[in-house]
Design a protein around this ligand. Structure first.
Ligand code: PHE
Length: 325
């Protein structure tokens, strides 16, 4: 019993304790061996020896229980040390090969690449709410209640009169409301439109909004920034052209096309921020001017990776996603 209690107290972990337990209390353990010899003893000795063996057994069991809970409590206290995971390590080679390793979603990857380019040009990245109010999504962008431009943006209206933002342009308004020029910012984020779904239309997609408000900002600055971005993202040989276009919140307004597989591809809307929009954002249009642009991100991802159906992007389908590990 004395030896057993010493060993129980000395056990440094649960495995060592289990070994002590089986050495003394197991089927072939020392206590069991004593009990097995009782039948061969002198009848007068059987009672005292049996009692002593049982007392030893109980004492050892009690000590085991105490030590076991001590060890478990210590293991719990060390959990942060013993169980920590380095989430920055790459997955094991096997997990990658089987497609079960995690991966960056192709939209996230492009968003990060674009943000890097903008950061290098001195732009900051902003976020805005997905649930917007009429004022920020439309009114302050020069789209009053009865304006036909509202019909072009099939809006998900919420029962409380708010809506899911149909573009990232409301972030322009929010930035102007809370900041003083110069403002150089981009917002890359999710937008929502109540579209009929097909291979090129989703109801949840992504835009990159950019804007620059300062003294004497011109169309030339806008072209320079957009060309620089597209050279980094698409390639150094890409060519761009502007076509006049109409968006209520810019004047003049343009669409920018880029060369793609020997043809022009329509890529984004842009223009000089409309004076009423500057005013709605609390900025004096006599003192400041700005440019703004907005482009679809999902379309660029499809071009980048040869994705034939936009619905794959938000499907969460692992057969699609694991191609990007
Ligand atoms: N918000 C416009 C859209 O969703 C794009 C745009 C942004 C156009 C900024 C001009 C300036 O279509």
């Amino acid at each position: 019993q004395a030896t057993a209690l010493d060993e129980v107290r000395a056990a440094a972990d649960v495995a060592a304790l289990d070994a002590v337990q089986s050495a003394f209390l197991g089927k072939k353990g020392q206590v069991q061996q004593v009990l097995r010899t009782i039948g061969k003893l002198d009848p007068k000795e059987r009672g005292p020896v049996g009692r002593a063996a049982n007392e030893a057994k109980q004492a050892i069991e009690g000590a085991l229980e105490v030590r076991r809970s001590e060890l478990l409590a210590a293991a719990d206290a060390n959990l942060a040390e013993s169980e920590w995971v380095d989430a920055t390590l790459p997955p094991p080679a096997g997990a990658r090969a089987s497609g079960r390793g995690g991966s960056i979603h192709p939209i996230t990857a492009l968003v990060r690449d674009m943000e890097d380019v903008f950061l290098s040009m001195g732009f900051e990245t902003l976020d805005g709410p997905w649930v917007e109010d009429d004022h920020h999504n439309f009114g302050a962008l020069n789209i009053p209640a009865d304006h036909p431009a509202r019909d072009m943006q099939d809006t998900y209206w919420l029962t409380d009169g708010n809506l899911l933002r149909t573009h990232t342009s409301p972030v322009q308004v929010r930035a102007m409301e809370t900041r003083e020029p110069p403002i150089r910012a981009v917002c890359l984020g999710r937008i929502f439109r109540n579209e009929e779904l097909d291979a090129t239309h989703e109801n949840t997609f992504h835009q990159c909004e950019g804007f620059f408000v300062d003294r004497d900002v011109s169309v030339g600055h806008m072209i320079y920034v957009l060309e620089s971005l597209l050279h980094e993202i698409i390639g150094p040989d890409v060519k761009v052209r502007l076509r006049p276009s109409y968006f209520p919140f810019v004047e003049p307004g343009f669409e920018m096309d880029v060369t793609f597989r020997g043809d022009w591809m329509e890529l984004l809307g842009c223009g000089m921020v409309h004076p009423s929009v500057l005013e709605a954002g609390g900025i004096d249009p006599n003192e400041y001017s700005g440019f703004a642009f907005g482009m679809g991100i999902d379309r660029l991802v499809m071009v980048r990776h040869g994705v034939e159906d936009i619905r794959h992007l938000m499907s969460g389908d692992l057969r699609f996603l694991s191609q990007f590990t």
